[in-house]
Design a protein around this ligand. Structure first.
Ligand code: UDP
Length: 313
């Protein structure tokens, strides 16, 4: 049985990855310090003998007994309000945490895939974003703690690949949504769904003309699985190129939920909020034979069902 360590296991993406690798017949070791994750996301796995959970902050030395074949490093605050509240932890997990996990990968002779982000492109001047674009990041702005930690993550991962010959994979994740997103994590879709369900004002920031491209979580997980199993060590964008303005996506959520009390309201645009974002996924198509298969219409419906269950009205 192959053994895989998944950091950030109790988070949105980490928990879906635990499910997927259990399904693929792996022994999964989930690690989290529950800074932003929740055991509710993985409690269904606790009875399984193929699953182990370690409560640990990967910014500190990581010890895992026994052999390891793979590591997925997904631990990090990932929402703008979270990394504004926890700037030092965000920098530490991206930098020190990644260093510890690369060291572990080297010691165990394991292949490691690290979670990078479309935020490495900052407020992009090239559209859509291709992997060879270097980005437009403000290092001292509010998003700098996340963006620069992830840029360091990429740099140190390449260094371990080039200098130590560690088998590394780097995924650049674009906006992803689906069940198990935290209700109050502040990101657009959890905010819009919870506000629409409660019949509150929908908080569109700025005039809502900024764009994002939303990928359903099952598509992302498939992309991660294929990248891990591939032999490609350079960064690969995984996301859904179906781009939409934030105002339009807010309108879609309002229509779907159908609560007459939910009306769009406008709030100030946060500093350095990227104006556009859309992945160029040519590389993922060519190298991994991957592309998204779940439409926003379909994905939003499944996500609404989840939020209807967990949002307290
Ligand atoms: N946004 C919004 N209202 C909210 C939360 C977010 O209008 O309540 C906007 C935010 O300003 C950004 C977009 O939605 O332009 C996506 O924000 P999110 O926090 O989901 O992720 P980002 O892509 O900015 O990292």
């Amino acid at each position: 049985m192959k053994r895989i360590l998944i950091t950030g296991a109790a988070g949105f993406l980490g928990s879906h990855l635990c499910d997927r690798f259990i399904k693929e017949g792996f022994h999964v070791i989930g690690m989290d310090n529950l800074l932003t994750g929740s055991l509710d996301n993985i409690k269904h796995l606790f009875p399984l003998k193929e699953f182990e959970y370690y409560h640990h902050d990967v910014s500190k030395f990581v010890h895992v007994p026994g052999e390891l074949d793979y590591i997925l490093h997904f631990a990090s605050p990932a929402s703008p309000i979270d990394y504004l509240k926890m700037p030092i932890q965000t920098l530490k997990v991206g930098a020190l945490g990644t260093h510890n996990l690369l060291g572990l990968a080297k010691a165990k002779n394991a292949r490691i895939l690290v979670a990078s982000t479309s935020e490495v492109y900052g407020d992009p001047l090239i559209h859509p974003q291709k992997e060879d674009y270097w980005g437009n990041v403000n290092p001292v702005g509010p998003r700098g703690v996340y963006d620069e930690a992830k840029r360091f993550l990429e740099a140190i991962t390449m260094a371990y690949h080039n200098f130590h010959g560690v088998e590394t994979r780097i995924i650049r994740i674009f906006n992803t949504y689906g069940p198990r997103m935290r209700v109050n994590d502040g990101r657009a879709l959890p905010a819009f769904f919870s506000q629409a369900i409660r019949g509150e004002g929908i908080t569109v920031f700025g005039d809502g003309s900024q764009t994002r491209s939303f990928c359903y979580v099952a598509d992302l997980v498939e992309g991660i699985y294929r990248l891990l199993m591939s032999d490609h060590h350079m960064p690969v964008n995984i996301g859904n190129p179906d781009e939409i303005t934030i105002k339009e996506v807010a309108e879609e959520v309002v229509k779907l939920v159908g609560n007459p009390d939910a009306k769009i309201t406008y709030k100030p645009l946060p500093k350095d909020d990227p104006k556009v974002r859309q992945p160029d996924i040519t590389k993922a198509r060519e190298i991994l034979g991957w592309e998204p298969t779940v439409s926003r219409e379909e994905g939003l419906k499944i996500t609404m069902e989840y939020f209807k269950e967990v949002v307290k009205v």
